[in-house]
Design a protein around this ligand. Structure first.
Ligand code: NAP
Length: 253
């Protein structure tokens, strides 16, 4: 039956940036669909764990700093140690740095690109090697942005990184589809999380943004749940290299 295709029972998911915001919502959604979730974060995921366990879900915390590729092997090892295999990777962890382009330093640039782009590639590569060795395919979902499509203002490194992730989603999908690995993306619109605190505190920018969203509200982590389950499940087996906007209509304007 069609709804069975969305079920994630017996699946194991790794989600980065699992302690808060969109990553926390993604973990809860995957667990509600039946997956066992390994949440990667640089600080405690106690709140995410409690939300999942309240519904009898399974969650394992993996503490790692994703500002470099060095913890990647350990993340894979800990996930396999917890649940024996990996079926889904959601590359969600990311940072934004707001500064006039004219003043961005090389250090700021590298900080954003390393987490948002470089680690996304090498973690995907490491997980894809596991998928290929396991022989059952797998799902990779990359969290992109409106700035995968648009230029933005005062966030040049973020725009570069999120535009790269959209391209990477296509590139990896092409190479790995033959292994039954689906690589797709989700481009959230303007969501009320830590990432947008500064924007939402700027009354003028906040009003301009809200006025342009056809749905008339900022998004929430709950708004991503349907898209994440779709792209992590068998329901999307013939969807490759596509990035789905969940944006209240922002890109349609
Ligand atoms: P958030 O609340 O700031 O979450 C970002 C997550 O990434 C947090 O869990 C954060 O951990 C983690 N992270 C950052 N640096 C890390 C590091 N070095 N090592 C490990 N984890 C690290 O913002 P969010 O909105 O939920 O963002 C999630 C993703 O959605 C990001 O990729 C973001 O770019 C993207 N996105 C957000 C929006 C939006 O409007 N909010 C729109 C489009 C795309 P800490 O809590 O420890 O910092």
């Amino acid at each position: 039956m069609i709804l069975d295709l969305f079920k994630l029972e017996n699946k194991v998911a790794i989600v980065t940036g699992a302690n808060t915001g969109l990553g926390q919502g993604i973990c809860v959604a995957l667990a509600q669909a039946g997956a066992k979730v390994c949440g990667v974060a640089r600080r405690s995921c106690a709140e995410t764990k409690a939300l999942i366990e309240a519904n009898n879900g399974e969650f394992t915390e993996i503490i790692a700093d994703l500002s470099s590729t060095s913890p990647i092997n350990e993340i894979i090892a800990q996930a396999k140690n917890a649940y024996g295999k990996i079926d889904i990777l959601v590359n969600n962890a990311g940072i934004i740095s707001r500064e006039d382009a004219i003043n961005v330093t090389e250090e700021d640039w590298d900080r954003v690109i390393d987490i948002n782009e470089k680690v996304v590639f090498f973690l995907s590569q490491a997980v894809a090697k596991e998928f290929i060795a396991q022989g059952n395919g797998g799902k990779i979902v990359n969290i992109c942005s409106m700035l995968s499509y648009q230029g933005g203002i005062r966030v040049p490194a973020y725009t570069a990184s999120k535009s790269a992730v959209l391209g990477l989603t296509r590139a990896l999908a092409n190479e790995w589809a033959a292994h039954n690995i689906n690589v797709n993306g989700i481009a959230p619109g303007y969501m009320a999380t830590n990432n947008t605190t500064q924007l939402r505190q700027d009354n003028q920018r906040s009003e301009q943004i809200l006025e342009r969203i056809p749905a008339g509200r900022w998004g929430t982590p709950d708004d991503l749940m349907g898209a994440v389950i779709y792209l992590s499940s068998e329901a999307s087996n013939y969807v490759n290299g596509f990035t789905l906007a969940v944006d209240g209509g922002w890109l349609a304007r």
